[in-house]
Design a protein around this ligand. Structure first.
Ligand SMILES: C[S@@+](CC[C@H](N)C(=O)[O-])C[C@H]1O[C@@H](n2cnc3c(N)ncnc32)[C@H](O)[C@@H]1O
Length: 182
């Protein structure tokens, strides 16, 4: 792990510990609701496999799950998991070997560890990526590497994917969504 990432994760751990989680929204993100049809559109009508990088404790995980999709999150901080269990009535089992928490039906998996060290090919390929306040939370020097993980996560021989990067904050009027058809 690079020194930049190591220091940054330590900082995120501290923020969670001290409950300095100003980015966290108490509801499903409005842009996700607004663009859910685009994000999960399919010709075959099948439910999707959706990647939620740097997921924290977002309500978006349960929202996507309740729509019937399979969801895969990545989060560095273990302490996020009990909070999700308590709030959303989820029950996870943890596999130390893969660093993955998963619900009993396996429809929600969360890799707990460094995003850049996740063997993403083992969990994809994904049909869509929902990124809210994640790309923008990564240091500038790491953003190229972040995009590379995204690319690896959706690549399949005949695959297509929808990627939505949302930069919105409840505390400001600033609202931006970037849409990528991959
Ligand atoms: C700004 S928050 C966004 C959380 C979520 N997307 C949301 O909408 O609430 C960024 C999250 O990424 C996690 N994180 C930061 N760096 C990480 C890394 N290198 N690997 C995995 N998770 C990381 C932090 O602990 C934090 O929960």
């Amino acid at each position: 792990m690079s020194v930049v990432v190591e220091e940054s994760i330590r900082d995120w751990e501290k923020r969670w510990e001290e409950k300095r989680t100003g980015w966290h929204e108490n509801n499903v993100n409005q842009n996700l609701i607004k663009h859910i049809d685009w994000l999960t559109k399919s010709e075959d009508g099948k439910r999707k496999k959706i990647f939620v990088p740097l997921c924290g404790q977002t309500h978006d995980l349960l929202y996507l799950l309740q729509l019937g999709h399979e969801v895969f999150g990545i989060e560095a901080v273990h302490e996020c998991i009990p909070g999700l269990e308590e709030r959303d009535g989820l029950k996870f089992t943890y596999d130390q070997e893969t660093s993955v928490y998963q619900t009993q039906d396996g429809k929600l998996k969360i890799f707990v560890g460094d995003f850049f060290e996740c063997p993403i090919e083992n969990f994809g390929p994904f049909d869509a990526i929902w990124d809210r306040a994640s790309f923008v939370a990564v240091a500038y020097s790491q953003r190229k590497a972040y995009i590379e993980v995204m690319r690896r996560s959706v690549t399949s021989p005949n695959g297509k994917a929808q990627i939505c990067i949302s930069v919105s904050n409840i505390n400001s009027d600033f609202d931006l969504c970037v849409f990528v058809n991959f």
